[in-house]
Write a protein that binds this ligand. Sequence first.
Ligand code: PMP
Ligand code: GLN
Length: 380
Amino acid sequence: MEISSRLPGVSTTIFTTMSALAAEFHAVNLGQGFPDFPMNDELIRLVHQAMKDGFNQYAPMAGYLPLREAIAEKIFNLYKNPVHPETEITITPGGTYAIYSAITSLIREGDEVIVPEPAYDSYIPNIEINGGVAVTIPLRFPDYKIDWRAVKNAISPKTKAIILNSPHNPTGSILKNEDIEELRTLVRDSSIFIISDEVYEHLIFDDLPHLSMLRFPDLYQRSFVCFSFGKVYNCTGWKLGYCVAPPKLTAEFRKVHQFNCFSCFTPAQVALSIFLKNKDAYLQLSALMQEKRDFFIRIMKDTRFRLLPSYGSYFICSSYDNISDEDDKTFAIRMTKEAGVASIPLSAFYRSGKDDKMIRFCFCKKEETLLKAAERLIKM
Ligand code: PMP
Ligand code: GLN
């Protein structure tokens, strides 16, 4: 039987490919973004306890209410937005799913979505599978700031939404106040929605504030804001997150969600509803990850890689122009095989495969892992 592909241009993701290559060549894996240190023991204990306490049946479709209440409280404390747990928060199986469901709620055949690139690899396929058209605009190289004039030029009568991601994967750039002002001016009199990927909300460095769409009532009223517990609690394998959106948007989001996943793993939701009360656990995360960023920058000084700044996320980008003039994919593959360190070529984050000869390193690793990688990279 033949099947006509809904995503003919799509193959296996770069994260899967590079992790498989890293395993095959016993390379240090600084490619796919996941911590290699243990998650919090207490949170594990709470999940176990929830199972023993009998929380093993379906959670409500929108999520376990005490968890949504704890999230609402956290959002109010951090962003002063009184979102309602009943009507504005939906628990999802991860951030990627939240983004997919937001896009599916919004996008119909021919709708255009503005996507600044480089961009997380799921956005464009999510748009296209819904019959939408991704209108890409390049982030300014090498600081990867949004070129708001390019955004303005990309807007057409068909523009339905813009996707924002701060802190940004893969570049570690973040939205600043001036970006928020530009965004406000652009969307003020329009019917453009915002899909805001904020999974790295608690991974922002140098005491910079996270400018969540939740802080700005005029922007929030048109936003789906997506989060991931995997990133907050160093448990990317849990695949649990949430989407926050105003009631009318949430109602549409839940129409998609209820026939796709219906509800998420109950014991983890119960555990998180208790653990989320511990503010330190998420507020300390930026400092921990900043230490890792700074450690990695220090130990990479003796190599020929030239690291760009990173202000947030798990990631830092690097030029290898002192080492090779190969394209980034060829270089990343050779580096995995020959030097034993895996990374992600940045061209994978561009639909066109644009090659700035940059690779992305993931630094959310144990010091010994980062040291082992740097010792190997010195030989490049
Ligand atoms: N957005 C970005 C930018 C990410 O890097 C990730 C990490 N995978 C996600 C969304 C999705 O998170 P999750 O694993 O919870 O689906
Ligand atoms: N977000 C992770 C990264 O950018 C990977 C997630 C995945 O493998 N899909 O590395």
